[in-house]
Design a protein around this ligand. Structure first.
Ligand SMILES: N[C@@H](CCC(=O)N[C@@H](CS)C(=O)NCC(=O)O)C(=O)O
Length: 215
């Protein structure tokens, strides 16, 4: 069985959601981390970058990086519609938005959470700037959202799984709801999908919002 290194509420949530949508069984292996990062040095043997998620296949091969993992499953199960066929323009647009969200929202969140990694000196300014950076990038994503249920239209894709997870990391749900109502609507619909609802519950608790689980 596939093994997935996780921590509830972390970047493993989007992989769990994809596996649930695809009805693929997997075993969670919990990894703890502190403000400094993963506190088990032996984890470097699994991922030298000391990050989760890590997916481990039956033969022991490891796959890291959420975008690569989500793409792998979308390609392997094309009938799921989780991503358009590779080589099409529609797929290139999906890859464009996945990379955009990864580079700007995910990496921006890392600057908010681990600001001391990005500066020698007063890290609080890094965190403050990252907050504005993340928000302004959310607004660019909002402007590109379809007027339908999901980012590209009426079908769920891996972009929606990404947005659902990241919205749940945003501290001020009221602020993001006001500025980015379409993104929050997408997150709400993803969270309510029958196969994802238990994954949402495990990662974020009741309703939308990181605070539900961290209180
Ligand atoms: N680019 C990586 C980022 C993974 C990542 O930042 N994971 C966080 C959890 S959400 C982590 O393991 N943080 C611990 C650390 O960076 O020390 C991906 O897309 O998978």
């Amino acid at each position: 069985m596939l093994k997935l290194y996780v921590n509830s509420g972390s970047g493993s949530a989007c992989v769990e959601a994809a596996l649930a949508e695809l009805d693929i069984p997997f075993q969670r292996v919990r990894v703890n981390y502190t403000e400094e990062g993963i506190d088990d040095p032996s984890f470097a043997e699994i991922n030298p970058r000391m990050q989760i998620p890590v997916l481990v296949f039956d033969g022991g091969e490891c796959l890291t990086e959420t975008f690569a993992i989500l793409s792998y499953f979308a390609n392997k199960y094309p009938a799921s519609g989780l991503a358009p066929k590779a080589g099409t323009f529609e797929r290139a647009k999906l890859d464009q938005w996945m990379s955009f969200i990864l580079a700007n929202i995910y990496e921006g969140e890392l600057r908010k959470n681990y600001p001391q990694r990005f500066v020698i000196g007063d890290a609080s300014l890094v965190a403050e700037a990252a907050e504005q950076f993340v928000l302004s990038n959310y607004q660019l994503i909002e402007a590109a959202c379809s007027n339908e249920a999901y980012f590209f239209g009426d079908k769920l894709t891996i972009v929606d799984l990404y947005l659902w997870m990241f919205v749940n990391w945003f501290e001020d749900l009221e602020e993001i709801s006001t500025l980015c109502p379409k993104i929050v609507g997408i997150a709400d619909r993803v969270m309510s999908r029958p196969k994802i609802a238990p994954i949402h519950q495990f990662n974020f608790g009741e309703g939308l919002g990181w605070n539900d689980i961290n209180q």
